[in-house]
Design a protein around this ligand. Sequence first.
Ligand code: ADP
Length: 588
Amino acid sequence: MKQKSWISIVFAFAAQCRGKIVLSVLCAMVSVACGLVPYWSVYRVITLFISGAPVLAEVWRWCWIGVGAYALRFLFYGISTSLSHISAYTILENIRLALAQRLMQAPLGTVTSEPVGKLKNVLVDRVETIELPLAHMIPECISNFLLPVAVFGYLVCIDWRMALAMLVTLPFVLMAFALMMKDFNRLYGEYMASSNYVNGVIVEYVEGIEVIKAFNQSSSSYEKFTRAACAFKDDTLRWYQSSWKVMNFIAAVLPSTFLGTLPIGMALYRNGSLTPQDLAMCLILSLGIVGPLMNFTTYINEAKAIEYAVCDVDRLLQVAPLPDAAQPVALISKTIQLEDVSFSYHKEGGKQVLSHINLMIPEGKFTALVGPSGGGKSTIARLIARFWDVNEGRITIGGVDIRKMPMSQLADIVSFVTQDNFLFNCSLKENIRLGNPGATDEAVYAAAKAACCDEFIQQLAAGYDTMAGDAGNRLSGGEKQRISIARMMLKNAPIVILDEATAFTDQENEEKIQQSIAALTKGKTLLVIAHRLSTIKNADQIIVLEDGKVEAIGSHQRLLEDDALYRGMWEAHTRAQHWSAGSGKGGH
Ligand code: ADP
């Protein structure tokens, strides 16, 4: 695919603020033009004096014109930057909304497998870096470019030789620029890669600080951190050193318009082809464009920073969305069927996580998925919830391929609770209510009771109104899980998938939760993935999965008799239970 230019990507987000951008550029041009008027005033005053009999009122008039124009310059600059900042923030808003929307449409699995630090970096930091340069570059770049062009045109009208004299330094600048750009892209790329790496290491260091301390790894982790910081410093300096000499050279030479205009102007004046007034005017104007030209040099780096940020954004926007159906479909049952399903997380050459799976998870029944870790149990659960699409075969609910039903319909009929229980930073009551936004407070409390949350929530100072962020550190993993289960119970969807949903819960609470899950999921399609086999031994059917293949299907009793793998797992589980019960007694 052809790489889009960053300018076209930015302007694609600027549709609703085009008028403001144009006005901002116009104001910036007026501002720059007003900035030249004082020079014109000085020229007029000089002319008055050269002519020999300056009238004081006339001198004052030009002074006031100069001062007035100077004030107008800042007025228009203010209007221009206000408009350009509004436009830049509108563009930023559009970019962020587009990113958020794309993340919603992308396969959930793709989004969740991205490191949080990376997503945050793009959505917050990289997008933010665009604002300042964008706000200033839009108007200033154009006006700062047009001004020297206009001055050049004006000088051509006065004397074309003076116009060319103003450009005497340009060839040197262009040569230096070409020299700098030779390695600029590569070194800037290295600098950006290094910056991303150091960001990642910082996030990892902060997020993992608990583990680092617990395992006394502070020296080795700190070493990685220091190495990344040092490498970042080296790459930054290398990039900086590659450009600063040339940049300084350009900054010094580019505005040195006097180098050409002064000697050539003097020569032309001496041979009588330039009046003293015109000489003064040319010199003054060539001095007036120094500022705008100087500004130009700073845009080189800023343009590069925007380019990198915009390309990062675009890369995320290119994530293919999951195809979504428009019309809800009528489902005759809530039986889930996997038909010859194969799946690999990495399309090209990745390990086949599931191969040719055929399964039926009947409506109104309790099905359990068990098997050694890494066998593909969670993958099956995620595929049913359509975190990803299967590579081969199909998954149906009530005979309809889940790819043929709208994502919102699937989300409505499936409740999915995993081990990672995310609580939003709102009150615990609202966190539970997310399961069914229309639920009454009473329904929320009833769900919380059923999920054994009520007791510990009541103990918090603000009870159900405690903010999850405030409570977050005080809630154990099991407590957070129970809140997710309450949320699931409130949702009351016809299909319930629990992926190790009670893994962190202590045995006493787990039994209670199991009982209420059993009561509340009566008549529903229930799929449970559980490590503790005692919690699923009453399942209507147990599916044993190993290495992405179905090893056996049956009831607890039948599997104990017929399947060696299940028997082995059961024995290991009961041994572990005895052991923990024994060590529990011995410990007190
Ligand atoms: P189980 O739930 O039985 O422990 P999983 O379904 O979690 O097994 O994992 C099955 C295989 O898929 C494992 O080899 C695991 O490493 C791999 N896997 C799981 N999640 C991902 C992912 N997001 N990206 C790549 N590979 C994954």
